[in-house]
Design a protein around this ligand. Structure first.
Ligand code: ADP
Ligand code: ZN
Length: 523
């Protein structure tokens, strides 16, 4: 083999074939490494220009470049874009007729094709691998490489087996590309693919135009509707933890006059397809989705991504919120957070066995809840998680723009604590708040809680305020929730000195500015 093609040659092709003046961050570095024949691991944000990192070397390398990609639509898009540039590329995937496949294979045999896109299922078939062995292959590019790792946010079993490529095609350099991977996932990808001293190229994870906001979930679905209404028709995605919930929320939004639809893997293909197209055409303003609405959704003007449920990892959160503001214009990542949800997931994870898998999941979920409960710049927390360290607060997250205010909450804490005590430590947050606010609901009368000295003691404050106080008291360990008994609130030893007025208690003011004064609550 002759000398490796030079970066100068790459630069020339960049202009002549792709029509770009200069490389973007990381591209020259990656291309140089690939041309020199080493393994490379790339972490660049979506839209960072990862495709060029294998498309361009494919033209300079003597043999064929394989591109493994999880999405048929993406493959087809890339192949037709390449053909328009005059580059001979082809794809082989399950959606093709066997005649097409035969023709493509003949083209490859004859050396007429430089780039071959493959689905992982296809490349893993033994007879196909045998065929590949007979070809001159110069590079294997694996797109969306995080799908290889069970610890990533989008594990795909077929992807998990791609490690065999190293054995079948020894000596062929591998380029693994992904937009999102934390340190654990990154190492896992390298191990599973048997990468040899991979050269790591990592771009910044920062998306400065995205504003990160976390709001406490006080009123569930009405809170979502209110938020969407304030966005006046802007394009948005709402992520939920279950299929059922996507449908419930979509339905509510539609009833409120919003052009919204649900999207999840349980819906027929045609419906999902039409929802996607309508969304892309701005005919639909909001898609309420599970994680199934994901990879390959490239809509530039998504103005907000909402999380109605806490994602399982910061990787997933980052990937999902990353769909906002692709056009670079201001966008918002808004999360509705309910500490109880997190406790529930944590408990579920704690009940599982102690396999390394579960341990990693636990760790990842823990990091996610720390983000939701952060008291300092959320962007710093996020970037820190991906090993990107900064010290200047971003001024574009809720905590930077509107830092939580502290105040002496002793008296209100006493009111709340004694209300828990007087109602017999048998009731959950909502009931205690109802008593504090002097509710005249039947259940309050039935328990004769309207006779208590604490009844109506807090009617000067909104219900959100009292929920926040109770949550903080739980947080601080003054109250616990009995999960075996309707999440009833119980006092702990820590509550005594506060109740007796021996210590003062500083609380954080709930940030209610974005919450309308309307006071309906769902059961
Ligand atoms: P990724 O795969 O990282 O999400 P893409 O490869 O799809 O990103 O690239 C995103 C966009 O950037 C594409 O439209 C691509 O043509 C463009 N692009 C890539 N490299 C360059 C470059 N060096 N100069 C200008 N535009 C580029
Ligand atoms: Zn910030």
């Amino acid at each position: 083999p002759g000398a490796a093609p030079s970066l100068a040659a790459a630069q020339q092709l960049l202009e002549d074939v792709f029509g770009y003046k200069s490389f973007r961050f990381g591209q020259a570095d990656i291309i140089q490494q690939v041309l020199a024949g080493g393994d490379t691991q790339v972490l660049l944000p979506t839209g960072g220009g990862k495709s060029l990192c294998y498309q361009l070397p494919a033209l300079l390398l003597p043999g064929l470049t394989l591109v493994i990609s999880p999405l048929v639509s993406l493959m087809d898009d890339q192949v037709s874009a390449l053909k328009e540039l005059g580059i001979s590329a082809a794809a082989i995937h399950s959606g093709m007729q066997s005649v097409e496949v035969m023709n493509t294979l003949r083209g490859i045999q004859e050396g007429n094709i430089k780039l071959l896109y493959l689905s992982p299922e296809r490349v893993l078939q033994t007879h196909f691998l045998e065929r590949l062995q007979g070809l001159h292959i110069s590079l294997i590019a694996i797109d969306e490489a995080h799908c290889i790792s069970q610890w990533g946010h989008d594990f795909r079993p077929e992807y998990g087996q791609l490690g065999v490529l190293r054995n079948w095609l020894p000596g062929v350099p591998i380029l693994a590309l992904t937009a999102t991977a934390d340190a654990v996932t990154r190492t896992d990808i390298a191990e599973r693919l048997h990468l040899q001293n991979p050269h790591l190229v990592q771009g910044s994870f920062d998306r400065p135009n995205i504003r990160y906001v976390v709001q406490e979930k006080y009123r569930n679905k009405p809170q979502v509707v209110d938020y969407v209404k304030t966005q006046s028709g802007a394009s948005g995605i709402i992520y939920c933890g279950s299929r059922k919930r996507t449908e419930e929320i979509a339905e509510r939004l539609v009833r409120a006059g919003v052009k919204a639809a649900a999207y999840h893997a349980g819906l027929p293909h045609e419906i999902r397809q039409s929802t996607l197209y309508r969304f892309l055409r701005d005919d639909l303003h909001v898609v309420v989705a599970t994680v199934a609405f994901g990879m390959g959704i490239n809509k530039p003007n998504v103005r907000y991504v909402m999380h109605y449920d806490l994602p399982r990892s910061i990787e997933a959160y980052y990937q999902e919120t990353g769909r906002a503001g692709r056009d670079g214009a201001p966008a918002e990542a808004i999360m509705f957070y309910e500490p109880n949800d997190a406790r529930w997931v944590r408990r579920m994870l704690n009940e599982q066995d102690d396999s390394p898998q579960v341990a990693v999941e636990r760790q990842k979920f823990h990091a996610m809840s720390l983000f939701a409960e952060a008291q300092t710049c959320r962007r710093l927390v996020l970037l820190n998680y991906f090993n990107e360290f900064r010290d200047k607060p971003c001024m574009n997250c809720d905590l930077c723009l509107n830092p939580p205010q502290q105040y002496d909450g002793t008296v209100d804490a006493q009111k709340a604590l004694s209300c828990v005590y007087r109602t017999g430590q048998q009731f959950g947050v909502q009931h205690v708040v109802d008593v504090l606010r002097g509710s005249k609901q039947q259940k309050i009368k039935d328990y004769q809680h309207d006779q208590l000295s604490t009844w109506g003691l807090g009617k000067d404050k909104k219900q959100e305020y009292w929920i926040s106080v109770l949550r903080q008291l739980i947080h601080r360990g003054l109250l616990v929730q009995d999960i075996r008994f309707h999440s009833a609130l119980r006092l702990t030893e820590e509550a005594r000195p506060v109740l007796r007025g021996e210590v003062a208690l500083t609380l954080a003011k709930p940030r209610l500015e974005a919450i309308s004064s309307e006071q309906h609550v769902e059961a």
